[in-house]
Design a protein around this ligand. Structure first.
Ligand code: PLP
Length: 412
């Protein structure tokens, strides 16, 4: 359990030793992994957990009478408690295992959609990831609801006055990203949550980019839903979480039907299981859930302030260095931001820069980063995005800047 933690001093060199993938060469150059916004690398202990599960614990859960099934069930339910502790959810049954952020939002868009009336309104923002746009659009089309969008300013910050004027008596849900995966903006979600609540609307926080950087306390935030993916927080792909307030989840209808989510099934009428199982149809990603909890155990050893201070130093230093390059423009200059440096260089296509960086061992992302409306807002086809994790170093940034200057000179 998380409560038995022993604090380990944050030291980036020793942290790097825990991540085997970081120690390799790409095209004969040491790998510099700056694509953490897309997915994170995994510490050895997470890899070992998956291996151990399939080596000695594998069985289906919740139904078996035999030893292994009980052991796997216990490990999976213990994982749920570890994750509950990490986000400080009040009850373990409010922590629903999903496939990831996208799956969590689709679940909510469907289930919440079933409770809405024609003309009800959903508010999202201009900086949302496609997975926090399209599910709501699909639901609005199906239910005759209205999707409203909070605009942003040139720095990539939400226009809060516009947000306030979009709120109405018909607003049922505000779905907002905590941190933009493209701009790095940290949104003022506390204000959004309290203002939306005054209008009686629920708030869903897309935590895909915040769970790995910020301390999350869902009770303190008072958000109604908080969703994230395991793979961006040093856990496996294919598993994620949808947290929701118990009194709301109890009143929402299930999303998918199947095994585990039922109480009694007959052809006349099926009744549904209690939380969390009502929202967990079918055999889940058992090893994934257990390994995700291990990722949180791993993260929880560190003093969070020290970890965040290191990350803040990385982004500040990277942006300082980037701005010294002629013709380079940073996209996303919010006052509150973290860990994402998105940029364009005059007259150059992001893809060409990314390709040249790759040949020098540096992994960045180029393109629209699943935020096409945001690219339209800035009137650009895409950006080059360097996104950092706590295992990145200043030295890697120096090498990245050297490689970037070389690439830019080649393209001039
Ligand atoms: C990555 C990401 C998603 C989608 O996550 P998946 O793991 O692909 O489901 C949604 N929102 C944000 C902000 C993201 O960064």
């Amino acid at each position: 359990m998380l409560t038995e933690r022993v604090t380990r001093v944050f030291d980036v060199d020793s942290v790097r030793q825990d991540f085997p993938t970081l120690h390799q060469e790409v095209y004969g150059k040491p790998l510099i992994y700056f694509d953490n916004g897309a997915t994170s690398q995994k510490p050895q202990t997470v890899i070992d957990t998956i291996n151990r599960y399939y080596t000695s614990e594998n069985a289906n859960i919740h139904r078996g009478v035999h030893y292994l099934s009980q052991k796997a069930t216990d490990a999976y339910e213990e994982a749920r408690r570890v994750i509950r502790d990490f986000i400080n959810a009040p009850e373990e049954e409010t922590v629903i295992f999903t496939k990831g952020t996208t799956d969590s939002i689709n679940l909510l868009a469907f289930s919440i959609g079933e409770t809405l009336q024609k003309g009800d309104e959903i508010i999202i923002s201009e900086m949302e990831h496609h997975s926090n746009i399209v599910p709501w659009q699909m639901m609005c089309e199906r239910k005759g609801c209205i999707l409203k969008v909070i605009p942003i300013n040139d720095r990539g910050e939400l226009e809060m006055d516009a947000f306030r004027s979009l709120l109405s008596d018909r607003t049922r849900l505000v779905g907002i990203t905590h941190i933009s995966n493209t701009l790095g903006t940290i949104n003022p979600i506390e204000t959004i949550i309290s203002e939306a609540h005054k209008k009686g609307a629920w708030v869903m926080i897309d935590g895909a980019q915040s769970i790995q950087h910020l301390k999350i306390d869902v009770q303190q935030l008072d958000c109604d839903f908080y969703v994230f993916s395991g793979h961006k927080v040093f856990g496996p792909t294919g598993v994620g979480i949808m947290y929701g307030k118990k009194e709301i989840l109890d009143q929402l209808p299930p999303y998918q039907g199947g095994g585990d989510m039922i109480d009694k099934v007959s052809f006349e009428k099926t009744t549904y299981n209690v939380l969390p199982f009502k929202f967990e149809a079918g055999t889940p990603h058992i090893s994934g859930g257990i390994a995700l909890a291990e990722a949180f155990r791993y993260l929880d050893q560190f003093d969070h302030e020290a970890l965040m201070a290191h990350e803040n130093e990385l982004i500040t230093y990277a942006e300082e260095q980037l701005l010294m390059i002629d013709g380079l423009r940073i996209i996303g200059t919010a006052k509150h931001k973290t860990s994402v440096a998105s940029f364009v260089v005059d007259g150059m296509h992001p893809f060409d820069i990314g390709t040249l960086l790759d040949k020098q061992g540096i992994a960045v992302r180029t393109g629209h980063h699943c935020t096409q409306p945001l690219m339209d807002r800035f009137n650009i086809p895409g950006t080059v995005r360097a996104s950092f994790a706590f295992y990145n170093t200043r030295e890697e940034i120096d090498n990245f800047i050297t490689a970037l200057k070389r690439s830019v000179n080649m393209l001039r």
